[in-house]
Each structure stands twice: as structure tokens, then as C-alpha cells.
Design a protein around this ligand. Structure first.
Ligand SMILES: C[S@@+](CC[C@H](N)C(=O)[O-])C[C@H]1O[C@@H](n2cnc3c(N)ncnc32)[C@H](O)[C@@H]1O
Length: 220
């Protein structure tokens, strides 16, 4: 009987240890229950860098259309960076072309009491970025949905390149650029824009599911 109890305890212990290892939280910044999975490492580094550069103006293309329910699948960056903005007297501008995405994101932003720190813009992202006149400390590219369809992949990659070019002049040497959904067949959202950025002095700091880039003149 003792052996059976010991065996069950070990199996249960291993099960929960495994779960804990797979659970990639941003605790204590975000509650422990949220699992950021493949985005944890890059979000964590971006949060550190934002503080390091004393960021004030953050931009996200493609808003959190599933609110915090989308932590695992989409990243919920509007809430993560919105919370950082609230705690650091900054502003996150999040732009989306879909009324529905904006509607859902707005609800979550209100629930989280981030509405003073997150401005939602209903617009095509390239158009929004073209007209944005402030200097940008964080640029997070995550709009045009990527898919298995090669034509869609090309359009998504072209769109993210256009986004970068539209705001390039508003970036500075300490700006942070993060691109989502990169480690995917066909090169992901970042393939074309990253190649362009590298010709302009941008260097990859972290290359995982998301790619994080800083300018070669970034001063720590
Ligand atoms: C993957 S979701 C964004 C997820 C969000 N960044 C997060 O972390 O939860 C992509 C969003 O991009 C939006 N989108 C697609 N094309 C766009 C465009 N041309 N301009 C702005 N937003 C666009 C979609 O409506 C969708 O809501």
C-alpha cells in the first residue's frame, strides 16, 4: 500500500512540475494564471527595455481582438503594453482595421482600467502610421493575419514592411521594434520587413516566435 501511495505521489508531482515548467507567466507583472507561452521571453525583454529607455509612446498594429482570453493564442499585447503604459505614465496607441476587434479590445481595456493609457484607432495601420507625427519608443507589428496560403503570406509580409516604412522616420536610435508570428512556414510576418530593417542598421536581439530588434546605435 505504501509503495502505491509513493508511486501515485511521484506521478502527480511530476505532472504538476511538468505543467509548471510549461507555464510561461509574466508574473509578477501579470497575474500568474496567464500563460504567455512562446511570447514570454520576448515580452519579458521588451518590458525591461521599455523601462530602460523610459518609453513614453508605444504603438501596436493589430489590437487584442480577444482581450485577455487571447493571451496564449494572440498575445494580448494591448493589455500587457497598456498595463506597462499605465504604470509608467506612457501611452499605447493600438490600431486596427476591424470594428469588431476594436470593440472587444475596448471592453477588456475598460475592465482593466487602462482606458486613459490605451488609445484605440479604427484605421488601416499603414494609413495611421503615415499620419503619426510623434517619436515612437516601441513599435509592435502584429496586424495583417498570416496563414498557410502562400499568397496571404506574401501580402502579410508586404503589409508589415509597409507599416515599418510608414513610421520609420519617427523611430530613434533607442526605439524598440517587436514583430509577432515570425517563426512560421514561409518566414512569418517578419520575413520581408526584417530583411529591410537589417539594411538600415537594425539588429536582431532575440529571434524566437517573435523577433526583437534594436538599432546598432542603441545606447544601453
Ligand atoms: C493577430 S491580431 C492582433 C493581436 C494583438 N496584437 C494581440 O497581441 O492580442 C491581428 C489584428 O490585425 C488586424 N488587421 C488586419 N489587417 C489590418 C490592417 N491593414 N490595418 C490594421 N489592422 C489590421 C485584424 O483586424 C486583427 O484584429
Amino acid at each position: 500500500m505504501y509503495n502505491v501511495i509513493l508511486f501515485v505521489s511521484i506521478v502527480v508531482g511530476l505532472f504538476f512540475t511538468g505543467k509548471l515548467i510549461k507555464h510561461k507567466s509574466l508574473y509578477p507583472f501579470m497575474p500568474l494564471k496567464y500563460n504567455f507561452k512562446k511570447r514570454r521571453v520576448t515580452f519579458k525583454k521588451v518590458l525591461e527595455l521599455l523601462s530602460q529607455i523610459n518609453a513614453k509612446v508605444l504603438i501596436e498594429t493589430g489590437t487584442s481582438r480577444e482581450g485577455l482570453k487571447g493571451v496564449k493564442s494572440q498575445g494580448a499585447a494591448s493589455i500587457v503594453f497598456g498595463k506597462w503604459a499605465k504604470e509608467n505614465e506612457a501611452i499605447l496607441h493600438s490600431v486596427d482595421i476591424s470594428e469588431e476587434s476594436i470593440r472587444v479590445a475596448k471592453m477588456e481595456i475598460e475592465v482593466q482600467k487602462l482606458d486613459k493609457y490605451v488609445e484605440l484607432h479604427l484605421s488601416d495601420s499603414v494609413e495611421f502610421l503615415t499620419n503619426f507625427k510623434e517619436k515612437v519608443d516601441l513599435l509592435y507589428l502584429d496586424s495583417y493575419d498570416y496563414s498557410e496560403d502562400v499568397e496571404v503570406q506574401k501580402k502579410s509580409q508586404e503589409h508589415h514592411l509597409k507599416e515599418f516604412k510608414a513610421i520609420e522616420n519617427q523611430l530613434h536610435k533607442n526605439s524598440i521594434v517587436l514583430i509577432d508570428d515570425c517563426k512560421l512556414p514561409g518566414g512569418g510576418k517578419g520575413k520581408t520587413v526584417i530583411a529591410y530593417m537589417q539594411t538600415k542598421g537594425w539588429q536582431i536581439l532575440i529571434e524566437k516566435y517573435q523577433v526583437l530588434l534594436l538599432h546598432k546605435d542603441f545606447t544601453e
